[in-house]
Design a protein around this ligand. Structure first.
Ligand SMILES: C[S@@+](CC[C@H](N)C(=O)[O-])C[C@H]1O[C@@H](n2cnc3c(N)ncnc32)[C@H](O)[C@@H]1O
Length: 295
C-alpha cells in the first residue's frame, strides 16, 4: 500500500493521536521530553546508531521530533527520517528541526503498520513509538522490510505497569472511582496502549515472528518528574497514561466525581514530593533485534 492510500487500519488510533492525544501531549511536552528523553538517551548509549556519510536511520512514532533531531546529531553525515501517523506531530517535528537548524532530518506522515517507510534503512529507532499498532507483528514485519539485511531495530517500551508508579499510582486511584462500563465505547482511543509490549516473553516472540533475530532486552529504571508543583503533577496524572485515558473515556459519567478524584490524587501523590517536584520511578525495556543478513 502506498503512503497516500486511505487505510482503515489503525484509523481510530491515528485520529486519537492527531487530535485528543496530540492536544494532551502538547500540554505536557516539557515533562514528556525530559522524562522520555532520559530513556531515549539510555537507548542511544546502549545501542548507538551507525555513523557516517550515506547512513540512513528511521525514527518510528517520532512524536515531537526531539529524538529524531538527537539521532540526527549522532549519525554523522547520515540522514534520519522521522515518521508518525499523526500530521500534527509531523508538523510539530518539522518546526522543531527547523528551529534547531537540523538539516539531516526530515519527517513523513506514515502509518508504520501498512505504509511504505521509504527504506532501505541501516537502523530503525523507536522511543515509545511501537505500542499502539492494531497488529504489532504486522507493523514489526513492515519495519523489518524497511531495513537493510543486517540492519537493527532499537526501541524503548514500558515495562509492567506495577514497576511504573508514575502511571500506575494515578491508574489505581482513578480505577477506584470508574468502572469499565462507565467508559464510552464510541470514542477514539490510543490503541493497544503503553503497556502492550511490557511482557518480555510476548515481545521477543513478536520480534521473532516478524522476522527479526537475536532480540535483546535490557531493563532501565529512572525517576520521572510528574510536575514541579502539586497542581501540575495532578494535571499530568489525570491526563497522561491509563488514568488519563480512563478519565477521558468516562468523562460524562465521571464529571460529578472530579473533585473527589482530584483530592484522592493529591493524597496519593503526596509521598512522591521532593524539593524540586513530584517524582516516581519509570521503567522500560531497551530492546534491540537484528534483520538476518541472508534471507
Ligand atoms: C507515546 S508517543 C511517543 C512519541 C515520541 N517517540 C516520544 O518518545 O516522545 C507515540 C507516538 O507514536 C505515534 N504512532 C501511533 N501509532 C502509529 C502508527 N500506526 N504509525 C506511526 N506512528 C504511530 C503517535 O502518533 C505518537 O506520536
Amino acid at each position: 500500500m502506498s503512503q497516500t492510500s486511505p487505510s482503515t487500519t489503525n484509523a481510530s488510533t491515528i485520529e486519537a493521536w492527531n487530535t485528543v492525544l496530540f492536544e494532551k501531549f502538547s500540554r505536557y511536552e516539557h515533562i514528556l521530553i525530559e522524562g522520555l528523553g532520559q530513556h531515549g538517551e539510555a537507548l542511544f548509549a546502549r545501542f548507538p546508531p551507525p555513523r557516517g556519510a550515506g547512513v540512513r536511520v528511521l525514527d518510528i512514532g517520532c512524536g515531537f521530533g526531539d529524538s529524531t533531531v538527537r539521532l540526527g546529531s549522532l549519525v554523522g553525515g547520515g540522514e534520519v527520517v522521522g515518521v508518525d501517523c499523526a500530521q500534527n506531530f509531523v508538523d510539530a517535528s518539522s518546526r522543531r528541526a527547523a528551529a534547531a537548524g537540523a538539516d539531516r532530518v526530515r519527517f513523513l506522515r506514515r502509518d508504520v503498520q501498512v505504509d511504505d517507510l521509504g527504506g532501505p534503512y541501516d537502523a530503525a529507532y523507536a522511543r515509545f513509538g511501537t505500542m499502539f499498532f492494531d497488529s504489532p507483528v504486522a507493523a514489526l514485519r513492515n519495519i523489518r522490510r524497511s531495513l537493510a539485511p543486517g540492519g537493527r531495530l532499537v526501541m524503548s517500551v514500558w515495562r509492567k505497569r506495577q514497576d511504573n508508579p508514575c502511571f500506575y499510582i494515578p491508574q489505581q486511584v482513578v480505577e477506584g472511582f470508574i468502572e469499565t462500563s462507565d467508559k464510552a465505547t464510541d470514542q477514539v482511543t490510543c490503541g493497544p496502549g503503553p503497556f502492550s509490549m511490557a511482557s518480555a516473553d510476548v515481545l521477543s516472540d513478536q520480534l521473532l515472528a516478524a522476522g527479526f533475530e537475536e532480540p535483546r532486552l535490557l531493563r532501565f529504571d529512572a525517576p520521572l518528574c510528574m510536575g514541579r508543583t502539586v497542581d501540575e503533577a495532578i494535571a499530568f496524572a489525570s491526563d497522561i497514561g491509563p488514568a488519563g485515558e480512563s478519565l477521558r473515556l468516562a468523562r460524562t459519567k465521571a464529571a460529578h466525581l472530579e473533585q473527589e478524584i482530584t483530592a484522592a490524587l493529591r493524597e496519593a501523590l503526596r509521598p512522591l514530593e521532593r524539593e524540586d517536584g513530584f517524582w516516581a520511578t519509570s521503567s522500560t525495556w531497551l530492546v534491540a533485534a537484528s534483520v538476518p543478513v541472508a534471507r
